[in-house]
Write a protein that binds this ligand. Sequence first.
Ligand code: BV8
Ligand code: ZN
Length: 252
Amino acid sequence: MSQEPIQYAADLVRDARYVVILTGAGVSKESGVPTFREAMDGLWSHYDPQQLATPHAFRANPQLVWEWYEWRRSLVSESMPNAGHMALAQLEQLHPGDILTVTQNVDDLHERAGSQRIVHLHGNIARNKCFDSCQGEPTLLDTLDATNDSKPPRCPYCGGMVRPDVVWFGETLPVHAINRAIEASQLCDVMLVIGTSGLVNPAAQLPILAAQNGASIIEVNPDTTPITPLAKVKLTGASGELLPQVIMALEV
Ligand code: BV8
Ligand code: ZN
């Protein structure tokens, strides 16, 4: 890619008081974690993720949904942060002003890359909770009864089904997370929008909110998305290749 858009993006970030980094599944793709719409390869290819990631699907076929998450968890645990995650963690260190990473991803790759100021809009695939929130919402379960090999496992408090602590379609996002993301989107001068198809709401509204409040949108994505028309700078390509170039241009 020509250096021009890279340098322009770096200049916008350097001059910003408040930077929000909004990421989607694309930022984890080079770590070997399939993007959400690709998370259905092989044995899952005949399922639609939007049909599986719902409370309805879990009630109808708890073992199938549980095994899909077990498969995705194994991919996440075998993966490592890629150069894109590392560049974003470095940006958090380098940037003198406010900076916040708002992720739609349910993996912990931003944390493992060293980013510290992170909001997870859609939960965390590695965490489990009681499907019936029997001790309150969320009833997090950090230890499961290893002797009980039922799929899904059973809640130690109420015997109900255990589910992953992620936000399914048709479920509301954690109030604290979405409120913090909305406030940051209204206040930021620059929003880096990385690796998201911009199809899932309410996350997809955040770049619109930022632009309405005068922020410059920088999109990093090999494809065109509904967010592209809002972008002051479009870096077309893989985040693992482009983000390190932006960081290098920052230091110029
Ligand atoms: C809500 C956790 C209020 C689970 C996820 C009808 C009925 C009910 C609801 C709705 C409805 N119509 C609309 C809705 C709202 C619905 C919605 O938006 N649906 C859309 C899809 C039509 N949203 C909700 O239900 C939300 N809740 O609205 O509550 C409510 C309540 C009741 C009724 C109505 C409203 C909850 C949404 C959260 C869903 N949970 N994840 C799990 O992971 O299993 S969303 C899931 O999609 C992932 O979190 C993922 O991050 C997210 C978005 O996808 P992306 O991250 O963008 O990933 P994707 O694969 O799509 O794209 C990857 C991108 O990366 C691509 O652009 C690609 O080009 C790019 N890329 C590829 N390689 C690279 C790259 N980029 C950079 N570098 C690369 N190397
Ligand atoms: Zn319970």
